[in-house]
Write a protein that binds this ligand. Structure first.
Ligand code: ATP
Length: 423
């Protein structure tokens, strides 16, 4: 059977993954063997999320009714039901799981509570929603998700008695863990920006979490880390770091609240606005899209600032309010800049000046005229290839480049196959 749970936390505390880790222990203690713990991230643009829009699924054997009642009591015990925005959902299904398409929509788009209930009924699943029952969406998506690609996260949780105090995790050992296991693990520390990424600052039970390729690498890294005494630990299989949220998109037909991979040609000079946010427009024929690199993406903004009209790029990110919030991009082509300027007078060797609009150039000393400007080409420092935001600004679902070049959808490959064979 699969047990799915979502929406148990609030900004003041708790975390659905923690509830999942505790539930796995309680099930085992009641003689229900647990064979799988999954952490499924859903659409990152959803407004109802508390933090990272996570839901959990537990694969187990044994009696579904017993599992359901153990999970029910644990939700009542741990969920922050006093918070208006906390609306837990629980689903337990047997051999028949809700359709994978429901999970795909929850990861890339929008689902309804009614849709989640219909999926439960069709799959013959037991389910319960608390308050408005919105958590049923995530709970159903978590049990329905097919993980074609997956990664691991090793989560370590704090003792309840310590939660008011500052987290104690030895920074030197975090750096050692990163050095010894990267690129098989990622987002432990952000060396370039001198930030510890794997230790949260939010009031939840997580002490730290190590993300990586598989259970072996994250366990290895975890064992190198020294910290305050943890309460419990759990290893999750997850869709984090897989780009599962990205859809193939075309400029001009993107839907608000979804995340895309699009191809475009840079059509304006990048501009830095208030707060250090960088914007640049890319186009496909006469359709345009503004891409944003916000201040928290730090050094990634330098790449966007180095773009110039005519460059072709593949852009990845979430589309909201008519802009694409960049997570990573691939520079396909950054041709030398064509710079047209006033020519040098062949008689006097002095720079000519404009003779007026569309009237060419004139030497102010000898009166010689030239129709055309002098053209020179300036080499670019921007090297074609993939670039990404730093670990401190990475979305949970975004696939880090240390996992290799992202697999591209067919429509993107078709659009760029004439241009690159190195992708
Ligand atoms: P938690 O640790 O509790 O899971 P969170 O940051 O993951 O915190 P939630 O508190 O679960 O966020 O809030 C997200 C809510 O949005 C849940 O009720 C979930 O069912 C719902 N939700 C998630 N994805 C979608 C979607 N694609 N369409 C509609 N609702 C969604």
């Amino acid at each position: 059977m699969w047990i799915g749970i979502d929406d148990t936390d609030s900004p003041e505390g708790m975390c659905t993954t923690y509830l999942g880790a505790v539930l796995a222990r309680r099930l085992e203690a009641s003689g229900i063997p647990v064979h799988s713990l999954r952490l499924i991230r859903l659409n990152p643009t959803i407004i109802w999320k508390t933090r990272g829009n996570a839901a959990i699924a537990i694969g187990a054997g044994g009696d579904p009714d017993t599992a359901f009642s153990i999970a029910e009591s644990l939700i009542e015990e741990l969920a922050d039901l006093g918070c208006e925005r906390t609306n837990p959902g629980l689903v337990v299904c047997g051999d028949r799981r809700p359709p994978a398409a429901f999970a795909e929509e929850a990861i890339t788009g929008f689902c309804t509570i009614e849709g989640a209930i219909d999926a439960c009924i069709e799959a013959g699943a037991r389910y319960r929603g608390w308050k408005n029952g919105r958590g049923l969406i995530g709970a159903v998506a978590a049990v329905a998700a097919e993980l074609d690609d997956s990664t691991s996260e090793y989560l370590v949780y704090r003792d309840v008695g310590r939660r008011e105090r500052e987290r104690v995790v030895d920074r030197k050992t975090l750096t050692t863990a990163e050095e010894m296991t990267h690129p098989h693990t990622w987002d432990t520390v952000d060396a370039a920006n001198n930030v510890v990424v794997c230790v949260p600052h939010t009031p939840d039970p997580v002490l730290f979490g190590i993300r990586g390729e598989n259970p072996v690498w994250v366990s290895l890294a975890r064992n190198l880390i020294e910290s305050e005494d943890p309460a419990i630990e759990a290893l999750f299989e997850t869709n984090q770091g897989t780009d599962a949220h990205l859809l193939p998109g075309m400029i001009g037909s993107l839907e608000d609240g979804r995340s895309y991979i699009v191809v475009g040609t840079v059509s304006t000079h990048p501009a830095t606005g208030i707060g250090g946010h960088v914007s640049v427009r890319i186009s496909d024929r006469d359709l345009h899209l503004t891409c944003m690199a916000y201040e928290p993406v730090k050094g990634f903004r330098e790449i966007i600032r180095a773009l110039a009209p005519g460059d072709r790029i593949v852009a990845c990110g979430s589309y909201r309010n008519n802009t694409l919030n960049l997570e990573k991009c691939c520079i396909l082509d950054a041709p030398p800049l064509r710079i047209a300027e006033a020519p040098i007078c062949p008689e006097c060797a002095r720079k000519m000046t404009s003779a007026g609009t569309r009237k060419g150039y004139k030497c102010r000393r000898c009166g010689k005229r030239e129709e055309d400007p002098a053209v020179r080409f300036e080499e670019r420092h921007l090297v074609p290839g993939w670039y990404e935001v730093p670990p401190s600004a990475r979305r949970h679902l975004a696939r880090p480049l240390c996992r290799g070049s992202p697999p591209l959808p067919d429509n993107v490959v078709n659009l760029i196959s004439d241009q690159v064979d190195w992708l």
